[in-house]
Ligand binder design. Structure first.
Ligand SMILES: Cc1ncc(COP(=O)(O)O)c(C=O)c1O
Length: 311
């Protein structure tokens, strides 16, 4: 049986004991940054493979630099804490790991300076987020992506996710699975929790890092696998909204979303309205890597054997 634990105030504690006060600055103002990391259970090897763990902590450190949040633990230390926590929890299924670096002072007053910082992490079971088999239907959101001049999207800022939440709810309440957000200038940015790619004439096209996107780790994985395993190049350039309607294929990438085909945008089928061949092949390679079945990419995996906890 699995027992949820958290890493909180520099200790491992049972999850119900990890509580913050209601005056915590991060709760009052969203002054925190986080990562979403997946651990994928392998039935064959009876292990959880955490995907690109170090890369997530590298990004967390960058986010902290942007936000002026002190995170004294090195990437190595953060990786060690994660492995220990996942071991302790004992989950034998797919999991989601959520580290957060946050302004921990219990203080009123909106600012980033003269506040204490802390770090916490928890783990939760986490199955599929979007339908990776059938593909998803998307709408162009009426909400615009927050610009770098407002809240930098490349830092995974907790408060920024109000932007994503508004877009996701609008999409779902209108009968779609996911939102595609445009920038203020009308170019395509990303989904509420995913980067976006088109397939055009045998190449991948995706918005550049300067188009208010989170620089996704799955995005990087897809670009690398496409190039090295499929011989398919990626062009990073601005994308018009109407290109979404005429692309051969479209897919989204994200830790939660994996690689999910987009089969319809604004009630216009993408291609023939089914998962396209390049997307399907990329998904196949990606899931094989994730579950530890492609040795060449084992360096992206951190294997953890869950501890057996007696009920
Ligand atoms: C807004 C946003 N864009 C893109 C991504 C994809 O990033 P990654 O592949 O690193 O999970 C995420 C998810 O974490 C996200 O929240």
């Amino acid at each position: 049986m699995a027992t949820p634990y958290a890493y909180f105030q520099k200790r491992f504690v049972p999850l119900p004991e990890a509580k913050i006060g209601i005056m915590t600055h991060a709760f009052l103002y969203g002054t925190a940054t986080f990562e979403g990391i997946r651990g994928n259970w392998s039935d064959e090897q009876e292990q959880i493979f955490i995907f690109r763990l170090r890369d997530h902590f590298q990004r967390l450190h960058k986010s902290c630099r942007i936000l002026r949040i002190g995170l004294p633990q090195s990437e190595d230390e953060l990786c060690d804490i994660t492995v220990k926590l996942v071991e302790m929890c004992g989950y034998r299924e797919d999991i989601y790991i959520r580290p957060i670096a946050y302004k921990s002072s219990e203080a009123i007053g909106v600012r980033m300076h003269d506040l204490e910082d802390d770090f916490l992490m928890f783990v939760a079971p986490f199955g599929p987020y979007l339908d990776v088999e059938k593909g998803i239907r998307c709408m162009t959101s009426s909400w615009r992506r927050v610009p770098d001049m407002g809240i930098p999207a490349r830092a995974k800022v907790n408060g920024l996710y109000v932007n994503s939440a508004l877009a996701k709810t609008e999409a779902q309440e209108n009968g779609f699975d996911e939102a595609i957000m445009l920038n203020d200038d009308g170019h395509v940015s990303e989904g509420s929790g995913e980067n976006i790619f088109l397939v055009e004439g045998g190449r991948l096209v995706t918005p550049p890092v300067s188009d208010n996107i989170l620089v996704g780790i799955t995005r990087d994985t897809a670009i690398g696998l496409a190039r090295d395993e499929l011989g398919v190049e990626t062009v990073e350039r601005q994308i018009d909204r109407s290109e979404l309607y005429v692309a051969d294929e479209c897919f989204m990438t994200g830790t939660a979303a994996h690689i999910s085909a987009v089969v319809d945008v604004d009630r216009r089928p993408v291609g023939d309205g089914r998962v396209g061949p390049i997307t399907a092949e990329l998904q196949r390679r990606y899931f094989s890597v994730l579950r530890g079945r492609t040795e060449k990419y084992d360096h992206w995996l951190t294997a953890v054997t869950p501890k057996l906890v007696k009920p």
